[in-house]
Design a protein around this ligand. Structure first.
Ligand code: GTP
Ligand code: MG
Ligand code: ZN
Length: 356
């Protein structure tokens, strides 16, 4: 039995290197592996020793199954050997980053799981947009992971300091902000605290922000394809089409993702990011203040004296309304589910292109 115990310890050690934090290993001849990619043809898994292909068990393909119950990149899964090996179970997720899927129907789409940090990458070119960064931070709030704001293309402009100062003023003091040149390894060393052995981070941001460029710099090889942005508006060309989890020389794991066009709130956000604005609104003279021309409106006073910027106020209102609307849709859906009536949701094919 001692050999088996030794090999369990070795297995555990290997899994820890790819981000596993749990204790119990599966029995029944199953093994544990992490989802590193998902394609039309199936999943790519890594067990800490080698990369292999696998298919999902039939129950993951069942019509009407909540998509969040299917294996996604970042998941630790139990695999049964076979030709091909197949995924039989998804282990409970430590953290989950999700958004609502674009479109009319309410559906939660998972971006990555079991991650410690979400690296929100924005270019200091035409991509720069504090409201979009706030939207990302709102989505990250209940993921369980820590947000880190990265500003790429520092090398391309001389007035970057102003933009960075504007953003620093606007975001919570505890949220780190790192300007960098994603092509320069020396510049990327600021990320070391988020990519320690066994840590996992996911890179998110618009197409063309430089996610794959930074991934390649951290890897030390040009593994991910990159492409120049349109000069007119700094927009990317959706070069990355699938999420990919990579092991870095630092010992950390990094997930590169396709640029996201739409970042819809799920309805479960707290908007803690704007707690100061909510506290302010509580101080208005009238409890039902519309924050327009009412006398004694604390929001108007803050806007007038510059304590609150109009752009941040507008973004708060927008995110607040969207959250309310999404929360109502979510609630209605849960009610329908409780009523036991079938939910009208067509089967979504596996391994869809993830760009949207
Ligand atoms: N000068 C400079 N160029 C950068 C930097 N980061 C990225 N780029 C360039 O920006 C362009 C887009 O970079 P990608 O890495 O392909 O962007 P992406 O975020 O992966 O885009 P998608 O895969 O489409 O989501 C490429 O031409 C990069 O060389 C940077 O820090 N400085
Ligand atoms: Mg890319
Ligand atoms: Zn008011």
């Amino acid at each position: 039995m001692q050999t088996a115990a030794m090999s369990d310890a070795e297995t555990m050690e290997r899994l820890r290197r790819i981000g596993w934090r749990g204790d119990a290993l599966p029995g029944d001849g199953r093994r544990l592996a992490r989802v590193v990619a998902q394609h039309r043809a199936g999943y790519e898994l890594h067990d800490g020793a080698s990369l292999f292909g696998a298919q999902p068990d039939g129950r993951f393909l069942k019509r009407g199954l909540d998509p969040s119950e299917r294996p996604v990149v970042g998941d630790f899964v139990e695999v049964e050997n076979g030709a091909p090996p197949h995924i039989v179970q998804v282990r409970p997720r430590r953290t989950v980053l999700s958004r609502a899927a674009a479109g009319e129907r309410y559906e939660r789409q998972l971006i990555a799981t079991n991650i410690d940090y979400v690296l929100v990458l924005t270019g200091l070119d035409g991509d720069f947009n504090p409201s979009r960064i706030e939207r990302y931070l709102s989505l990250i709030e209940d993921s369980g992971a820590q947000p880190v704001v990265l500003l790429s293309k520092l090398d391309t402009r001389d007035d970057a300091d102003e933009l960075i100062a504007e953003l620093r003023e606007r975001l919570p003091p505890a949220t780190p902000i790192h300007p960098l040149n994603g092509k320069d390894p020396a510049s990327a060393t600021v990320l070391a605290p988020y990519l320690k052995p066994g840590d996992s981070a996911v890179l998110v941001g618009s197409s063309g922000a430089g996610k794959s460029t930074l991934t390649n710099t951290l890897l030390g090889t040009a593994k991910m394809a990159t492409a120049a942005v349109r000069s007119r508006d700094s927009r990317g060309r959706h070069t990355t089409t699938h999420r990919a989890l990579l092991s870095l020389p630092s010992g950390g794991c990094l997930i590169d993702t396709p640029g996201m066009r739409e970042l819809k709130l799920t309805g479960e956000e707290n908007l803690d990011l704007f707690a100061d604005i909510e506290a302010l609104a509580d101080q208005c003279r009238f409890a039902d203040c519309g924050h327009g021309s009412e006398p004694g409106c604390a929001v108007q006073i803050a806007l007038d004296n510059g304590d609150l910027t109009p752009d941040r106020w507008r973004n708060y209102l927008k995110l607040h309304d969207e959250r309310e609307e999404q929360a109502a849709t979510l609630e209605a859906r849960l009610r329908r589910q409780r009523g036991g009536r079938p939910i009208d949701r067509p089967h979504s094919p596996r391994g869809q292109r993830e760009r949207d």
